[in-house]
Design a binder for this molecule. Structure first.
Ligand code: UDP
Length: 484
């Protein structure tokens, strides 16, 4: 590609959280597969999380590199070695540390500028959480693209809520209101909105999100991990009504085709991938429900207990990922007496990190209980797996509406309250009911066939000439024209 013009060089700078780093690494590899030189910027302790996968891409001949910036953890008042949001939220979520983490990331502007000066790339793709990245890119006359890590639908909902403030007119926290100005009759309640929507709470967090929005508007455009056929009305709305410049290039997870690439995303998995595949291979198609709540959300022991009871009562086979680190291993107060013994062969608990895409892509996996992080949602869409939606934080309630009201490839577990990190309480009966609903019966079949049809569209979108492939190529051509 582009033999006449010099090679395009793009910097990719993800926020240091797995839900942001994982798709950005996929994206960098995707651009590199199109002949672009891709450099991923991260910090020393985050680089090893994906260095093997980058090495594999290099072995294939991709021009892809990692450069690190020292992370000023101690300078910002964080414990030494705290370079990923994961290290803050894996045990007791600590609000103070999250604020310090944000301070530390903002201190990366200067070292990033030094690197931009040294390497002079043609474009900077920087995470939404780096609102100062526009200024850094502008100093060197290059465009800055924003990566949110989320889809058109949640971006549109977020924007319409900000523009029309429908929550202010609702008579109570639990009264559903329609999101105005948005295609579809999308209903939400005040309880389901992220806290930073309530601008009357003037704290560092709301101020920060204001900067993020402003930076979005001033950026060159937005790269979206989605595909047109999944959300045509919202992709159009985002561009034509909200007036944003955006390119859809996903689902980026689909570019991981080998077992190693699918298994080694984010952290080192807590189960050997071959052992996991062997377990799944012994099961019938669509007979296992996979339960995982992403890399940040947390539940207390009482909630984990309800999940265990609900799963057992559903009678379904399952793989359940529980984010309890090594220190908790001795303390199993979250499991009913004799649970693992009773579930032997029927249920597998992974303590820590699971090879999620490998599991979702296996034909035995027939359902996914998810917190509706955009990556997880899109990975399930790509694999054609129906979902039980259990949103916790961030824009996850918007994503739930997308699954249950727009694509209709899942059912809600019934959680009502947005929380920052620790999920709102759901009873075992709700877990049992929702799991059965997507796994057995006529309604389950109907949802499954819809999910499979959308997965087919996802695969076609990334093929040569598909909607995401064309959008990616158009973006590359435009960036070539931008450079001087
Ligand atoms: N993930 C994984 N194994 C786990 C938990 C998460 O591979 O045990 C991956 C998952 O496949 C997804 C990402 O981590 O790519 C989580 O991103 P998402 O947007 O779903 O949620 P977040 O972690 O940002 O809340």
């Amino acid at each position: 590609m582009g033999s006449e013009s010099p090679q395009l060089h793009i910097f990719f700078f993800p926020f240091m959280a797995h839900g942001h780093m994982i798709p950005t690494i996929d994206m960098a590899k995707l651009f590199a597969s199109q002949g672009v030189k891709a450099t991923i910027i991260t910090t020393p302790l985050n680089a090893p999380l994906f260095s093997k996968s980058i090495q594999r891409a290099r072995d294939l001949g991709f021009d892809i590199h990692i450069r690190t910036l020292k992370f000023p953890a101690v300078e910002a008042g964080l414990p030494e070695g705290c370079e990923n949001v994961d290290t803050i939220t894996s045990n007791e979520p600590n609000k103070g540390l999250l604020t310090k983490f944000a301070v530390a990331t903002s201190m990366l502007q200067e070292p990033l500028e030094h690197l931009l000066q040294e390497c002079r790339p043609d474009c900077l793709v920087a995470d939404m959480f780096f609102p100062w990245a526009n200024d850094a890119a502008a100093k060197f006359g290059m465009p800055r693209l924003v990566f949110h890590g989320t889809g058109f639908f949640p971006l549109c909902v977020s924007e319409c809520i900000k523009l029309y403030e429908p929550h202010k007119k609702a008579s109570s926290d639990s009264e559903p209101f329609v999101v105005p100005g948005l295609p579809g009759d999308i209903k939400l309640t005040r309880k389901q909105l992220p806290d930073f929507v309530f601008e009357d709470i003037q704290d560092d967090r709301t101020r920060f999100f204001k900067q993020v929005k402003e930076s979005d508007l001033k950026s060159y455009g937005i790269v979206v991990n989605s595909f047109y056929e999944l959300e045509p009305a919202y992709a159009d709305h985002f561009r034509q009504v909200l007036g944003r410049k955006a390119w859809h290039i996903g689902p980026v997870s689909l570019y991981n085709r080998g077992i190693e690439d699918k298994a080694e995303r984010g952290k080192q998995a807590s189960i050997d991938e071959h052992e996991c595949l062997k377990w799944l291979d012994s099961k019938k198609p669509n007979s296992v429900v996979y339960v995982c709540f992403g890399s940040v959300a947390n539940f207390n022991s009482a909630q984990l207990m309800e999940i265990a009871v609900g799963l057992e009562a559903s009678g379904q086979q399952f793989i359940w990922v529980v984010r309890r680190d090594k220190a908790d291993k001795g303390n199993e107060d979250w499991l009913p007496e004799g649970f693992e013994k009773r579930m032997e062969g029927k249920g597998l608990i992974i303590r820590g990190w699971a090879p999620q895409v490998l599991i979702l892509d296996h034909e035995a996996t027939g359902g996914f209980v998810t917190h509706c992080g955009w990556n997880s949602t899109l990975e399930a869409v790509s694999a054609g797996v129906p979902m039980v939606t259990w949103p916790v934080a961030a824009e996850q309630f918007y994503n739930e509406k997308f699954v249950t009201q727009v694509v209709k490839n899942g059912v809600a577990v019934g959680v009502q309250q947005w929380t920052r990190l620790v999920g709102d309480f759901v009873k075992s009966e709700n877990v049992e009911k929702a799991v059965k609903e997507i796994m057995v019966g006529d309604k389950a079949e109907e949802i499954r066939s819809r999910a499979k049809a959308v997965a087919g569209m996802a695969k076609r979108a990334i093929e040569n000439g598909g909607s995401s492939n064309s959008s990616l190529k158009a973006l590359i051509e435009e960036l070539k024209l931008c450079r001087h």
